[in-house]
Design a protein around this ligand. Sequence first.
Ligand SMILES: Nc1ncnc2c1ncn2[C@@H]1O[C@H](COP(=O)(O)OP(=O)(O)OP(=O)(O)O)[C@@H](O)[C@H]1O
Ligand SMILES: [Mg+2]
Length: 266
Amino acid sequence: MSTRETDSTSTTQNASTEPILRTENVRKEFGNLVAVDGVSLEFYDDEIVGIIGPNGAGKTTYTNLISGALSLTDGTIVFDGDDISDLRKYKRVRRGLVRSFQIPQIYDELTVFENVQSSVLSRKQENNRLFSLTHRDTASIEETERLLEMFNLESHADEHTEHLPHGVRKILDVAMSFALRPKLMVLDEPTSGVGSREKNAVMETITDAAVERNIGLIFIEHDMELIRSYSDRIVALHEGRVLDDDDPAAVMNSEAVNQFILEGGV
Ligand SMILES: Nc1ncnc2c1ncn2[C@@H]1O[C@H](COP(=O)(O)OP(=O)(O)OP(=O)(O)O)[C@@H](O)[C@H]1O
Ligand SMILES: [Mg+2]
């Protein structure tokens, strides 16, 4: 496994100084319910951050605010130096902020190869020409081949996606998101529904690819072993607020995290 920690020590000259994403006091109310209650956090494009918290802590809502799937009640979101608080979701994607398992959509009538290629072409805004270009756009074919290789999908290239094992489908979704050339990717429970033996392989493939492409990752996860193994940093949310934000060992040893999260299950 290549973790970001080992990587960053060997590439300190590339270390990020400015956060790629900063949320300042972001808040989301649903009627009387405060789902996210003033969350201020920074994320860098050379790290993998795990988000933990009990059911209803506000994890999904927080990432929906980041992606623009939900509008803010209050607060500010700065991405790559710009205030994107009011920016539409698709415009955030274009800037390199991609939340997976929503965008892009997997087309079951297409093969794995064609799905990844459709993402490559959509980035180039040539999606409407997909069918005429599929067999002759050399650049997109080569890029698709590289992505399939990076995500260990070559053996599935010609398969239609409806019959793929769940874990492979998850990896395909992330590969398609990578085709959009994100700077930061947000994943909500990337291994949910994946068999326990497959979970590590899914996480390993995704995190290795992120390290290789220098893409920041934020992932929500309930499985503490996965969180511990694949995060450079862990953010613990509880009742819409940040309970802790530190390296994995410190968070796992935190009294508050143990009291409110680990003992109650995440
Ligand atoms: N669209 C919505 N309308 C009303 N309430 C919502 C909506 N989405 C989420 N909530 C509420 O906001 C709170 C936070 O929910 P959220 O889904 O963000 O939690 P979570 O940490 O992702 O939980 P889980 O671990 O179960 O996925 C919960 O009380 C939830 O019921
Ligand atoms: Mg959730």
